[in-house]
Design a protein around this ligand. Structure first.
Ligand SMILES: CC(C)(COP(=O)(O)OP(=O)(O)OC[C@H]1O[C@@H](n2cnc3c(N)ncnc32)[C@H](O)[C@@H]1OP(=O)(O)O)[C@@H](O)C(=O)NCCC(=O)NCCS
Length: 180
């Protein structure tokens, strides 16, 4: 079972149903901000909705289709990072979010680096993708900081609340990864 203590402050662990209430509170507190870029926020109205999301993540974990981790900063749950897996192509795709209080300290860059290490290491992946809305500077900065290559733009590819977003597609190949 994957678990990663990144440093004294930061830890990644697969989410379990017992984390649903705490995770719901983090989302609920920052819902207005999070919904700017995340299409699922409006539909997350209760801890039960989050428990259902975690249940589905646990099923994907069981069949090798994904790894969804909580991010704990100094023992407090502050966000989520996940690696969706496509085993036939040894491919993965990372998605993430952080509550507002936890931003601006490099935590997500470190969490992403740890998950990419795990993907290219233990999971034997060949390619890892990161997609972010063109206007989502903070998210794109993580891909760029870690040396991902910008491959192009998917036009109007994601429906977010009431409009389509263009997505920047970044990718890292196993042979390019030096844990930047
Ligand atoms: C995307 C998101 C996770 C980025 O959060 P973030 O805090 O900017 O990312 P990091 O945790 O990597 O922190 C980077 C910031 O910490 C700073 N920082 C401090 N120490 C650092 C370190 N050791 N390493 C890297 N950055 C560091 C960086 O300069 C940067 O700050 P800046 O934006 O003022 O330049 C966050 O904005 C978010 O959750 N947004 C809403 C949801 C979302 O958009 N998800 C992504 C959808 S694709």
């Amino acid at each position: 079972m994957f678990a990663s203590r990144i440093d004294d402050d930061l830890e990644l662990r697969p989410l379990e149903e017992r984390h649903a209430q705490e995770l719901f509170e983090v989302i609920d507190q920052d819902r207005k901000d999070l919904r700017t870029w995340l299409p699922w926020v409006d539909a997350s109205r209760s801890a039960d909705d989050i428990a259902a999301f975690i249940g589905s993540a646990r099923q994907k974990l069981a069949v090798g289709r994904g790894l969804t981790c909580g991010i704990w900063h100094r023992g407090r749950l502050v966000g989520v990072i996940e690696l969706r897996l496509d085993p036939a192509h040894r491919a993965g795709e990372i998605g993430y979010w952080l509550g507002r209080e936890a931003r601006g300290q490099g935590s997500m860059t470190r969490a992403t680096r740890a998950l990419v290490d795990h993907g290219f290491g233990d999971l034997g992946l060949h390619r890892i993708v990161l997609r972010a809305a063109l206007g989502n500077r903070a998210s794109r900065a993580i891909a760029e900081r870690l040396g991902f290559t910008l491959e192009g733009t998917l036009r109007e590819a994601e429906w977010v609340n009431d409009h389509f977003e263009d997505l920047a597609v970044y990718a890292m190949l196993r042979r390019e990864w030096h844990g930047a």
